[in-house]
Design a protein around this ligand. Structure first.
Ligand SMILES: *Cc1c(COP(=O)(O)O)cnc(C)c1O
Length: 385
């Protein structure tokens, strides 16, 4: 299928999907409807508009565009990636149900499942996703969904959805995939057997480090149920956030291609340096999932990680000496950022638990931006000295 839906390329959809009007006098750019109230038809419940319902005009444009980009029937925009994850999963799970989830998921999602879901009476098993037989082995008759993230934050491991979706289809349960790291430019999970796609729109989808949002994509009937959860739990976004996301999405294809090119160049350069013990990037031939990445992704992404030969002391010195790449916890935007997962997304785990997940102390995650790759390499080189 790759990149095309209804014969329109993804690059065109990023700019146009959801805004097809050619009426004279309509603005080329969607106006911001910064209003929480809309005049209602008299004597009818039709067309009731209220941003918390997910039907502000700005949210509707983004929802149509995201559905087109993921090749889904429908999409809903929420106030954050966490809100999207929570509402996507709570739509599928009731007290007494069981959720099978990869242990390699965003730290906030782990806490959500282990604290909040368990308190709601939903049983959760976190499993090692590399063991392809684990899904069947841990499946129970109460299991209602499998949840995983790929590429994985922050290790950049790439999971093969085929063996997992084979089981979810056989058993008739949902496969929910957090595809934040890839964006639809690099990977569209629905083409690989997933049923639901979740994004933190805060990252690549918006791409400018200036709005918070989340998206869930799936069938129309399922998305309507997610929308009900969003309405009840108050997880809808503000119109301005939706507008910023629409603006960000217009450049998604060019940005992500540049992220891909830059990260590959930086990773290849890092791989040749003796001060760097290990480079984690799926585009490198020695990456454990390189073959899966080549077979399933359209691009290797802008996320990579390094481990310095000098250990944690060298790591801190290195971060202090960087001039261009800044120390900040988020990712997926035009500015290059560096962070230590042990102080951010994985701070709630012990050092041993992190090491077991492939995140030893001294592990540095790099979110490679769209600056010149040569300047980024120059920055890393001077900081290593
Ligand atoms: C950031 C992130 C989230 C959470 O998104 P927010 O927008 O911060 O709520 C979920 N999954 C992944 C992979 C992320 O990187």
């Amino acid at each position: 299928m790759a990149r095309k839906h209804r014969s329109i390329d993804l690059a065109t959809l990023t700019v146009h999907a959801g805004t097809e009007s050619r009426e004279p006098d309509t603005p080329v750019v969607s106006p911001i409807y910064q209003s929480v109230n809309f005049i209602q038809e008299i004597g009818s419940e039709e067309g009731l508009r209220y941003p918390r319902y997910g039907n502000s005009p700005n949210a509707e444009v983004v929802q149509a565009r995201m559905a087109a980009l993921e090749g889904a029937e429908s999409a809903v925009l929420l106030g954050s990636g966490m809100g999207a994850t929570a509402c996507a999963l709570l739509t599928l799970l009731r007290p007494g149900d069981h959720l099978l989830a990869s242990a390699w998921i965003y730290g906030g999602a782990t806490a959500l499942l282990q604290r909040e879901f368990v308190a709601l009476g939903i049983d959760v098993s976190l499993v090692d996703p590399l063991d392809t037989r684990v899904w069947r082995r841990k499946m129970r008759k109460e299991t209602r969904a499998i949840f995983l993230e790929t590429p994985v934050n922050p290790t950049c491991r790439v999971l093969d959805l085929r063996p997992v979706s084979y089981i979810t289809k056989q058993v008739g349960i949902a496969l929910v995939v957090d595809s934040t790291f890839a964006s639809p430019v690099n990977f569209r999970p629905l083409e690989h057997g997933a049923d639901v796609v979740v994004h933190s729109a805060t990252k690549y989808l918006n791409g400018h480090h200036d709005m918070l949002g989340g998206v869930v994509c799936g069938t129309t009937s399922y998305i309507e149920e997610v929308r009900q959860k969003m309405i009840m739990w108050g997880q809808a976004p503000d119109p301005f956030a939706a507008w910023l996301l629409e603006r960000g999405l217009k450049t998604l294809d060019v940005r992500v291609r540049r992220h891909n090119e830059n990260a590959l160049q930086v990773a290849e350069w890092c791989a040749g340096r003796r001060e760097i013990k290990r480079v984690h990037y799926p585009g490198l031939r020695d990456h454990p999932d390189h073959d899966i990445a080549v077979a399933t992704l359209d691009g290797f992404g802008g996320m990579m990680a390094i481990e310095l030969a000098g250990g944690t002391r060298a790591t801190e010195r290195f971060i202090r000496k960087l001039k261009l790449i800044r120390h900040a916890p988020s990712l997926g935007g035009v500015d290059s950022l560096v962070s230590e997962p042990r102080y951010t997304s994985h701070a709630h785990l012990t050092a041993e638990a992190r090491a077991h997940m492939g995140i030893p102390d001294g592990f540095l995650r790099l979110s490679i931006g769209i600056e010149s790759a040569q300047d980024l390499i120059g920055d890393i080189e001077q900081a290593l000295r």
